[in-house]
Design a protein around this ligand. Structure first.
Ligand code: HEC
Length: 205
């Protein structure tokens, strides 16, 4: 009787173990699918926010980067954190090129200083907005399209609007070291692009 119960319990344990393993694998697989899902749009052409972009591959942060020669320096400069979709990152490491459906997110965050124990350096604070760059070859004649997301109460809104001005594309096309993107400012990828021969020396100012 007792041995029979032990056997039943151990069989139950094994079933439970198998269930746990299967659930874990399924959960991991679905997380992966979300991470690498293709860009998704609404009917009117807005971009849906990739909600998990903070788990994407982090490329670098600009601090107080400004594109205007006459702008005065800000005592609390903005951080720009750049993330890229994980499958695009992996493809870039292999080839030095961005595959179709690459999505970048540039997160703009305010900064602050002088909060103890920090005495001089800057740290990141509130979200100010997101700028997005999407490569979708069958959808956009110029292959790449820019979108922006506003921030509300420290979080990005769910839909990003297509940028109407050509200014974004012009600067990115002229100055970006690899295929409209600023790989010259992403130190780990700069090495990859030089090695793979896809690095285009940006024009000197
Ligand atoms: C005068 C040049 C210039 C203009 C105009 C410009 N950008 Fe950029 N952009 C940059 C630079 C430089 C970087 C690298 C920033 C960093 O390292 O933080 C960048 C990076 C980005 C990235 C990260 C991916 C990449 O290309 O490396 C996105 C997304 C982006 N910009 C969106 C926009 C949008 C949207 C606009 C228009 C509203 C815009 N940019 C206009 C210079 C420009």
């Amino acid at each position: 009787m007792i041995t029979e119960s032990i056997r039943v319990v151990s069989r139950l344990n094994r079933t439970l173990f198998v269930l746990v393993v299967v659930t874990t694998v399924v959960t991991l697989a679905s997380t992966q699918a979300t991470d690498n899902s293709a860009p998704s749009y609404t009917k009117d052409g807005s971009l849906q926010l990739p909600a998990d972009y903070r788990t994407w591959v982090y490329l670098s942060s600009g601090l107080g980067m400004t594109y205007d020669a006459h702008s005065s320096s800000n005592s609390n400069p903005m951080f720009t954190n750049v993330f890229v979709k994980p499958d695009a990152y992996q493809a870039f490491v292999k080839t030095g090129m961005w595959p179709d459906k690459t999505v970048f997110i540039l997160e703009e965050r305010a900064s602050a200083t002088n909060v103890g124990p920090n005495r001089g350096g800057h740290f990141q604070t509130d979200l100010r907005g997101l700028a997005t760059l999407v490569k979708d070859e069958s959808r956009f004649p110029e292959k790449w399209r820019f979108f922006t997301f506003d921030a509300e109460n420290g979080l990005p809104v769910r839909l990003g609007h297509q940028v109407q001005t050509k200014a974004c594309l012009e600067c990115h096309t002229k100055n970006g070291a690899v295929d409209h993107t600023f790989v010259q400012f992403y130190p780990t990828l700069k090495r990859v692009a030089i090695q793979k021969g896809t690095y285009k020396e940006p024009p000197k100012e």
